[in-house]
Design a protein around this ligand. Structure first.
Ligand SMILES: Cc1cc2nc3c(=O)[nH]c(=O)nc-3n(C[C@H](O)[C@H](O)[C@H](O)COP(=O)(O)O)c2cc1C
Length: 202
């Protein structure tokens, strides 16, 4: 009986750990503070040298909200052509890729794959960044293909400005291994990775 109870407890605790891993519940984003806009614009720049330190969950939540969160019931911090809302933001941390659910303020694990970081290219950047954001446009929803790329630009600029405001570094990158990353993320043919963006402590 005692052995059965120990086994049951171990099973329950491993299930709790597993469910925490597949969904990261983010704290509510802090929408006040930071540098004034003109100072953030003055500091905006690409950084390629990161310390390797992870982001704490509050910073992660703030970053993602700034990037593509909801600032009105159905509209976001970034503009989207004809309000098509075709963009998704994936967050790659080490060998895991999560999908940002802005409504729920959660990260949902999509894949765990040892080849993820290699598929991001530029290893000197992607191995030291705290995370890499992967922008995916659903081209079957977008007004047209160009709109998917233009809408991505709005998100990447939000991230640049948040990072400048928070003292973090980031860089938008078009040099990644497009087919490899597409396959690893199990994306459909109508989904296109526009660019990726490394973020980290500098
Ligand atoms: C669409 C796009 C793609 C980019 N691709 C890369 C890239 O693959 N690798 C990289 O190191 N930087 C990349 N960059 C960053 C640019 O090199 C950088 O913005 C430029 O040198 C100007 O520097 P700044 O951002 O500090 O003003 C890219 C920027 C944009 C907007």
């Amino acid at each position: 009986m005692k052995q059965f109870l120990i086994a049951a407890l171990l099973l329950i605790s491993s299930l709790i750990v597993y469910s925490q891993d597949i969904t990261i519940n983010l704290p509510a984003p802090v929408k006040t503070g930071g540098k004034p806009l003109m100072e953030a614009l003055s500091d905006r720049q690409s950084n390629r040298n990161y310390t390797g330190k992870e982001l704490d969950q509050q910073t992660l939540s703030n970053l993602l909200w700034a990037a593509h969160g909801f600032n009105r019931p159905d509209k976001r911090t970034s503009a989207t052509s004809q309000n098509k809302q075709e963009m998704s933001v994936y967050v790659v941390m080490k060998d895991r890729a999560y999908l940002y659910d802005a409504k729920e303020n959660k990260l949902k694990l999509q894949v765990s794959d040892n080849n993820l970081t290699a598929s991001l290219g530029q290893p000197n950047i992607s191995e030291k960044a705290a995370l890499t954001l992967v922008y995916v446009a659903d081209m079957s929803i977008a007004s047209n293909r160009e709109a998917g790329f233009i809408d991505t630009g709005a998100i990447t600029q939000n991230v640049y400005l948040y990072c400048a405001s928070a003292g973090l570094g980031c860089v938008t990158r078009a040099s990644f291994k497009r087919p490899d990353l597409h396959n690893i993320l199990k994306l459909k043919s109508n989904e296109e990775i526009t660019v990726v963006q490394a973020v980290g402590h500098i």
